[in-house]
Ligand binder design. Sequence first.
Ligand SMILES: [Ca+2]
Length: 470
Amino acid sequence: MSLPRLFATFLAAVVSLAAAPAPNVVFIFADDQRADTIAALGNPVIKTPNLDRLVKRGVAFTRAYMQGGNQGATCVPSRAMLLSGRSLAQIDDRLMRHETWPHAFGAAGYAAFAAGKWHNGPPSLPKSFQQARALFVGGMANPMKAPTSDLLPSGKLTPAKVSPKHLCEEATDETLAFLKAQDGKQPFFSYLAFDGPHDPHIVPDGFPVTYDPASIPLPPNFLPQHPFDNGEMVIRDEQLLKWPRSEAAVKEMLAEYYRYVTFLDVQVGRVLDAVDASPFAGNTIVVFSADSGVARGSHGLIGKQNLYEHSLRVPLIIAGPGIPADKRSEAMCYLLDVMPTLGKLCGVAAPKTSQGRDFAEVLKDPARPGRPFLMFGYRDVQKALNDGRWKLIRYPHVDRTQLFDLQSDPFETKDLSADPAQAERIKAMLTKLAAEMKADGDDDPLTAAKLEPAEWKAPKRLPRPGQKGY
Ligand SMILES: [Ca+2]
C-alpha cells in the first residue's frame, strides 16, 4: 500500500472510530462455575442453551483462569483481582487501596451499575458503582432467603430485606430494569453477579430441569480422597461430602450443581433477550465468566482451595461489535486481564494501579497467543506454574511437587514428578516459579521451614463454623 493510501485508510479508521458511540458492557459473573459446564464447549450432559447462544456469537477462551486465593473464601480475592486488575500477591481484598475498573468506566462517562453478590466489603461498593440494586453483601447463604440491599445515592445501603425470589432471579430482574431505563445518552456498564452455582445448590421449587445422577459421568480425575495433605483438607467446602468420597455422592452433587447451572442459564437468557430487544443490541459487549471453578469430586476434593485445572479454570465468553462469532481462543489469560481488555474495547483508560493485560487483539484474531505462562497460588501451602503445556504444583509445607503434561493429560491424573526424565524440567520450573513469585511480591517460601507429614487421614473431629481451619 502506498503511503498516501495508507494515510487515507488510517484517517478513515480514525473518523469511523470517532463516529462510533462507545460500546455498552453487560458483564455476567457466576460464582464457582466450572469452565466445563457449558454444553456448546463440550459438556455432553448439561443443558445451557443460552450460554450456547452466547458462545455462538463470540469468542470463548478455553484457557482463562483465576489466579488462586489468599484465603478459603476465594470469591473475595478473585473478585478483587477482577475488579482492580491486580495480581493475587498485590490485591487489597476490600478494594479500598486501588481504583476499581467499574469506577474507571464511571469516570469515563459510563453509567456503572451492579446487581447481585458483592463480596469485597460495603465501603468499596459506592467507590466502584454509581447505582446498585438487589445486592447480596456477603457469601454462602440460601439464595431463596438471601437478604438484599440497594445502594442509595448517599453511598449507604438500605436495610437488608428478603425477597420471595431466588437471589439470582431478583438480581436479573433489577438488571433488566436498569437496561430498560437506559436512554442512550450515556453508555452503560452493567455488572450482574450471581451467587451461584455456589453451594448450597438451591433453585426455586418446581424448576423443571433436573438431572438423573446416574446419567452424569464421573469426572475422569475422580478420587475418593486427595492422595496427600494439600494444606487445606478440612475447610468447609471439603466437608460438604464425607470421606472417602463415593461415586454415588459425587454424581448426586454434580446433578444438583448442573441443575443450578441450568437455572442460571435461564437468567442469562433473559439478559440476552433484553439486550437483543433493546436499541443497544448492535453496540453492546456481553461477557460471561465466573470467579472460580470448583472440584466437585475431582482429585478427591470438593471445593476450590486447590490449584488443579477444575478449580482454577473459568468460563470466559465475550461477544459484541467487531468480535468474531463462534470462535475459540486458547490464549492463556487471567480474570484480572478481562477488565483491561474491556477498557481497551471501550476506550476507558486503565486505573494507574491495574496490572492486567489487554487481550483486545485476541478478540480480533482468536489465534493470537496470550500470556506465555501463568502463576498460581493458594495461601502459602500451594504454588503453581503453567507454561502452556507443563504444569507444576508445589506444596511447600509437605515438600511435595506434582508435574502434569496438560497436553496429553488435561485432567491431571498422571503425576510425572518422580520420572527422572523430568528432573531438569522440574528444576527449571521451580526456579522460574520462585523468580516470578519474587517479581510479583510473593515472598512465601517454596519449601517450608517446618515440614508436616504428607500422609492424611480424615480426622474424627472436624473444625466447625467459626473454628480455625473451617
Ligand atoms: Ca466463588
